[in-house]
Design a protein around this ligand. Structure first.
Ligand code: CMC
Length: 428
């Protein structure tokens, strides 16, 4: 498998160490350092700046060129021609489904949208004002208690059923966490609706009146789900893989992923963008410049939320599609002059022309515009990251499935120890 060799010379070692170098189908080559442990050496890479943690065939990102491919298909083409359920099939099984496969898969997902009736009791244990992400972490973790009939992770069939249950139930649980928050009754899913329509229905309908689904919102929602579906070894996906490497059940692993996603540097950024736009308040030139200056000030913890990415050193291709969708939704709603949209556009323009952001290759990421769309659709800010979690569940579970289907080892990083060496407990 090794295409080339790397030779490592370490001062103090008698002979150089030869390490195999592997090439993937695209992207940088990797040096296999696994044999270093036997030489009494570890590599040191906090934050995984240059470490591949696994082999994967699901998603490829070329951060320099701003390219994102799922199973080889560019995200722009998928966003235009496909839909979220088809993308779920593609990520999970590796190929686009034919018509019969699509129908069967969509039917299987629909068949699992309800949650166990007793799960509703979980919600009652939370304060009404609990952040829906905390509810999501708890409730999803608890799913294993209800669906232990198919938890043998060594069986392909069980893995698939758990995956479908998760994809199907996440919108139901997400909508329940919202309804609980606002003190309204939970809605049962409606299996005559598609994935995005059903989510909007569960969020916004109530037993007292008819609810008509806005097709523009449903399309935008489906696109938001697609654009967040997977992003190779990001922090939450790596968390899911790490938890899964212990043999933990998939519901527990996804709950771990949800916890990792919550942070403002990751999925929490969409909520943080809206809070930032609120804080900026008005779109006057001086005011926006003041916030740009704050973001550049090393003594100020403020960062431009929705800007920058560990992998992209160019436009995030998802942000481009998101911006188009944002324009479509706001135009349809007659909100093209929305003050927050104006601030966002001006902020983007100023930042893209500013030396600080140019030098560091900081561009808007997927979260920069998604919040504005979600807000325009009436979704409260604290639900933004929950929606990200609903979308990313397919990415997480596909990576988990890929890992378990292959040979894998428990993920167990090593460390550079800098604490005390052995010392004696003080005698009296
Ligand atoms: N505003 C101002 N400066 C920034 C920003 C920003 N948003 N992002 C990075 N920088 C600066 C950073 O201070 C550093 O400057 P210097 O070289 O002078 O020390 C330089 O750019 C490199 O940044 P970094 O923090 O070393 O990069 P990273 O790869 O560790 O972090 C990131 C990536 C996404 C956490 C970071 O860019 C960030 O915090 N962005 C804002 C939060 C955000 O929008 N997150 C969503 C990411 S996309 C969706 C997702 O994956 O969940």
């Amino acid at each position: 498998m090794a295409d080339r060799k790397a030779t490592l010379t370490v001062e103090g070692l008698d002979k150089p160490i030869e390490l195999p170098v592997y090439s993937g189908s695209a992207g940088p080559d990797v040096i296999d350092v696994r044999s270093l442990g036997a030489e009494g050496l570890f590599t040191y890479d906090p934050g995984f700046m240059a470490t591949s943690s696994c082999q994967s065939a699901i998603t490829y990102i070329d951060g320099g060129k701003g390219v994102l491919l799922h199973r080889g298909y560019p995200i722009e083409q998928l966003a235009k021609h496909s839909d979220f359920v088809e993308l779920c099939y593609l990520l999970m099984f590796g190929e686009l489904p034919d018509k019969a496969q699509y129908k069967d898969f969509a039917g299987r997902v629909r068949g699992h949208t309800m949650v166990h009736e007793q799960l509703a009791n979980f919600f009652k244990g939370f304060r009404r004002d609990a952040h829906p992400m905390s509810i999501l972490c708890g409730v999803v973790g608890g799913l294993a208690a209800f669906y232990h009939d198919h938890l043998d992770i060594t069986k392909q069939e069980d893995r698939e059923i758990s995956a479908i249950r998760l994809i199907a139930k996440m919108p139901t649980i997400a909508a329940m966490s919202y309804k609980y928050n606002v003190g309204m009754p939970f809605n049962y899913p409606r299996n005559d609706l598609n994935y995005a329509e059903n989510f909007l229905y569960m969020m916004f309908s109530n037993p007292c009146e008819d609810y008509e689904i806005n097709p523009v919102f449903a399309k935008a929602m489906d696109r938001i789900f697609m654009l967040h579906a997977d992003h190779e070894q990001n922090a939450s996906t790596s968390t899911v893989r790490l938890a899964g490497s212990t043999g933990a059940n998939p519901f527990a692993c996804i709950s771990a992923g949800i916890a990792a996603l919550w942070g403002p540097a990751h999925g929490g950024a969409n909520e943080a963008v809206l809070n930032m736009l609120d804080e900026i308040g008005d779109d006057s030139e001086e005011n926006i410049q003041r916030f740009i200056d704050k973001a550049k000030d090393k003594n100020d913890p403020f960062k431009l939320m929705g800007f920058g990415h560990r992998v992209y050193r160019n436009f995030d291709p998802r942000a481009k599609v998101m911006k188009e969708t944002c324009d479509e939704v706001l135009a349809q709603l007659g909100m093209a002059d929305d003050p927050q949209l104006k601030i966002a556009k001006r902020l983007e323009q100023i930042a893209l022309e500013d030396e600080y952001f140019i030098e560091r290759k900081l561009y808007p990421n997927v979260d920069f515009y998604s919040g504005i769309i979600l807000k325009a659709m009436g979704i409260p800010t604290n639900m933004f990251t929950v929606i990200f979690a609903v979308s990313r569940t397919i990415g997480w579970i596909s990576h988990w499935h890929e890992m378990i289907s292959d040979s894998y080892k428990i993920s167990r990083p090593r460390q550079l120890y800098v604490g005390h060496t052995q010392r004696d407990y003080p005698a009296e």
